[in-house]
Design a protein around this ligand. Structure first.
Ligand SMILES: Cc1ncc(COP(=O)(O)O)c(C=O)c1O
Length: 431
């Protein structure tokens, strides 16, 4: 049973990230750089170290370390399927990162296209969900159609999507949430529109994954990609696709490699230590989503053996995270709005915060984004500046020549005190 009445215990959660004890000039380092990569949970770090220390081997050998490696890979696929709500662990394919997986899968999808087939991309997306599709124009004669944004709140123009969809549309590539301005796109609504013309939906969930429960079936996605280093795990990418689609795609693979899933899309030797770390990260999240009412068991405790329970716990963890992040968001938005000369982009209406992640981007009059981020960095606060590869968005907002924006991203280990420190430093900069 899902019990949401037990809120996230942020102090307990923070104890499972050794990096949060890091100081700069005698003050704890504030990690508002989560959209670029979160801190790794201790359970992830320990699992990677344990794998390399005791189980390191290649797969398919008739000896202990190889068998252990295969068991870890199986566990990683099963846990990832639970995290994403996938029907089958074989539908999860690992790779170096989201960008590499998207380039590989889009090449395979390209092999199925005819000249004049249409691909739809958006101005809101990270370029890793744009450039691989644009390349199909040159390679396969595909026609690229664009979905524009409404600049006033950085949301997708869904009427525009309706206009570009048609009988030649083969695929629509859209993000679940924007890594620049935090907008959450109505993906299940988009899925209905896409499927009504018989096209496929490719969802980039990299930014959403540390913030929201993800259920590929409820979203109506055909493919979904994310990256574990954005949700407290190691540097690795995850591709989920509906089994029948992944099975029929003409994958690029070496001849002796198996043609079954997931290996047909897992090219070469994977990062086994990252798979171990991924299991560790999910163990941490499953601890965070414990449903038994225990006050604080250790994240290293064995997960309940039954997969369905892990699925419930992972979902519960993400619901707790979401509720906690939403509780912090008004403090951050209101604090930023009180800084003189600060111009916040994206959704700021207090009644619409459920439409966004706690990822805020702004400009500050009289200071370049780089100068603001550098100042904050010198005060022990990690933020990003520039375009963070949301290249089309920054150009559409007319900010490409002025250095983009400053980006502050909260995740569940951030606190109200850290927000107050950020706001105080911004006031001191403007004074
Ligand atoms: C929304 C989004 N999509 C894609 C990517 C690329 O992910 P990766 O680094 O795993 O290739 C990022 C990375 O910042 C991102 O934020």
């Amino acid at each position: 049973m899902i019990t949401t009445e037990q809120p996230l215990n942020v102090a307990a959660a923070r104890r499972h990230f050794r990096s949060l004890r890091r100081e700069v000039d005698g003050q704890p380092l504030v990690y508002f750089d989560g959209p670029g990569g979160t801190q790794a949970a201790d359970a992830c770090i320990d699992a990677m170290s344990a794998y390399l220390g005791t189980s390191n081997a290649n797969t398919h050998g008739p000896f202990a370390t190889s068998l252990e490696t295969e068991a870890i890979l199986d566990e990683a696929h099963a846990a990832a399927a639970d995290f994403l709500g996938a029907a089958d662990p074989a539908e999860i394919c690992f790779g170096l990162n989201m960008t590499t997986l998207t380039f590989a899968a889009s090449r395979a999808i390209g092999r199925t296209l005819r000249p004049g087939d249409e691909i739809v991309v958006t101005r809101l997306d990270h370029d890793a969900n744009v450039a691989p599709w644009l390349a199909l124009q040159e390679e396969r004669g595909a026609v690229i159609r664009w979905v524009e944004i409404r600049a006033e709140d950085c949301t997708l123009d869904l009427d525009g999507l309706g206009h570009v969809l048609g009988p030649r549309t083969r695929l629509v590539a859209v993000g679940l949430a924007s890594n620049a301005v935090g907008t959450i796109n109505p993906v299940s609504q988009i899925a209905e529109m896409v499927h009504s013309v018989g096209a496929r939906l490719w969802v980039d969930a990299v930014h959403a994954a540390p913030h929201l429960p993800i259920d590929v079936a409820a979203l109506g996605a055909d493919y979904l990609v994310c990256s574990a280093y954005k949700f407290f795990g190691p540097h690795m990418g995850l591709l989920w696709g509906r089994r029948e689609l992944l099975e029929e795609l003409p994958a690029y693979k070496v001849r002796p490699a198996g043609d079954e899933l997931p290996s047909r899309f897992e090219t070469g030797t994977q990062s086994h230590e990252a798979a171990a770390g991924l299991v560790g990260a999910f163990r941490y999240l499953a601890w965070l989503g414990r449903t038994d009412g225990a006050v604080l068991d250790e994240p290293g405790d064995p997960l309940p053996g039954e997969g369905s329970n892990r699925r419930v716990r992972l979902r519960q963890a993400m619901e707790r995270i979401r509720a906690y992040e939403l509780s912090l968001l008004p403090r951050l938005i209101e604090g930023l709005q009180q800084v003189p000369g600060l111009n916040l982009r994206g959704i700021v209406d207090p009644a619409r915060l459920a439409e966004r992640c706690p990822t805020l981007a702004f400009t500050l009059a009289g200071h370049t984004p780089e100068a603001v981020a550098t100042f904050l960095g010198s005060r022990g606060i990690a933020t990003w500046h520039g375009d963070y590869y949301a290249w089309e968005l920054i150009r559409t907002l007319g900010l490409a020549d002025s250095g983009g924006m400053v980006r502050v991203g909260l995740v569940h280990y951030n606190t109200a005190d850290e927000i107050d420190r950020l706001i105080a430093e911004l006031h001191s900069l403007t004074r």
